[in-house]
Design a protein around this ligand. Sequence first.
Ligand code: GRF
Length: 219
Amino acid sequence: MFSMSRDFGVVVLISGRGSNLKVLIERAEHYKILAVISDNPEAPGLAYAKEASIPIHTFSKGDFSSKDELKRAIFEKAVELDPQLVALAGFMQIIPEYFVERFYGRLINIHPSLLPKFPGLNTHRRVIEAGDTFHGCTVHFVDKGVDTGPIIAHLGCVRWTPDTEEILAERVLVLEHKLYPWVVNLIAQDLIWLEDKSTRYDTTAVLSANHKGIYIGQK
Ligand code: GRF
């Protein structure tokens, strides 16, 4: 039997591989994934939702007259599902402002760099080019900017000089898979939340972060 906290409903949005979706499914202790939404009906990650009998809603560019129409349909569906939290996991669309406003504090994203460093795409390549010796991933609340919202947590690793972009991507992905379910389980228990545009943490979350080598708070 599920505990009461399993009633914390999460909708996950993906566009592709879905490895973060996979771990969010596997490690759902205090939340329930209500549905997975995708702007790509061919997204390989949808298979994980299917296996777990999680409802899937896909939207295909070809069925809409414009990108705005496509996005309207996607985000109307997300609103209709009435989740407590929306988790972006490799969702490759800019989120419309009205949706950010409506879900502010309940909309999160995972990004493959130590934000605020390297927002945007090709983060691993840019880390190598910049000669940075530390790298990692970030989970943050989404605001109206691209990868700019209040940071929730980081997990980092040393970048070794021989690391190629591909190897670095693999190493950071392992960290992402630890970090994202950790954050979602704590938000679901009300141990991490957003207040006055800042991320707040219950002591339990702080201790758990220390225990796992997770960095919390803004740098
Ligand atoms: C991850 O690197 C995530 O940080 C970024 O997009 C990628 C998605 O990977 N936002 P996956 O689809 O979860 O495997």
